[in-house]
Design a protein around this ligand. Structure first.
Ligand code: 4NP
Length: 156
């Protein structure tokens, strides 16, 4: 299996995409394939640059055994060169990424997270930032399902 590089993208890079990074990292690690994957996350906004994930996201992540250590960073055009897949959490992220793509090759690297869901059905991973606790649990539910589907997709 060739090494695969995957970048998860949301708006602030403090809730959904660092969570996706941790969920996918754990699946890869549990399958003994850490050396075969490069996994990172980024946000379309630079507003939270340098910050750890939102404390609520870290709290709900920790309840399921995930330790979020990522520091927010903005998406950069060079990410199109450095990653094989760039996976957005909602259509706003996808549209913003497509607007930054300079070639079809770059555009073809953009994917929608929920398209890898296996058991759950959703049109997007909803932004939990302005909502309540259930929004954070829902994000992790969706990401655990979608990341499992993504891993299966990449293994074959
Ligand atoms: P995320 O959530 O995109 O899942 O990291 C957000 C975090 C912060 C903001 C928006 C969404 N914000 O506008 O500051």
């Amino acid at each position: 299996m060739n090494t695969k590089s995957i970048l998860f993208v949301c708006l602030g890079n403090i809730c959904r995409s660092p969570m996706a990074e941790a969920v996918f990292q754990r699946i890869v690690s549990e399958n003994g394939l850490t050396s075969k994957f490069e996994i990172d996350s980024a946000g379309m906004l630079a507003y939270h640059k340098g910050e750890l994930a939102d404390s609520r996201m870290r709290y709900f992540a920790a309840k399921r055994g995930y330790h979020l250590t990522h520091h927010s960073r903005p998406f950069a055009s060079s990410d199109f060169d450095n990653f094989d897949m760039i996976i957005g959490m909602d259509d706003q992220n996808i549209d913003a990424l497509k607007a930054k793509a300079m070639t079809m090759e770059e555009s073809n690297k953009i994917y929608r997270m929920v398209d890898f869901c296996v058991n759950l059905h959703a049109t997007h991973v909803p932004d939990p930032y302005y909502g309540g606790d259930q929004g954070f649990e829902n994000v992790i539910d969706l990401l655990e399902d979608a990341c499992a589907g993504l891993f299966t997709h990449l293994k074959v």
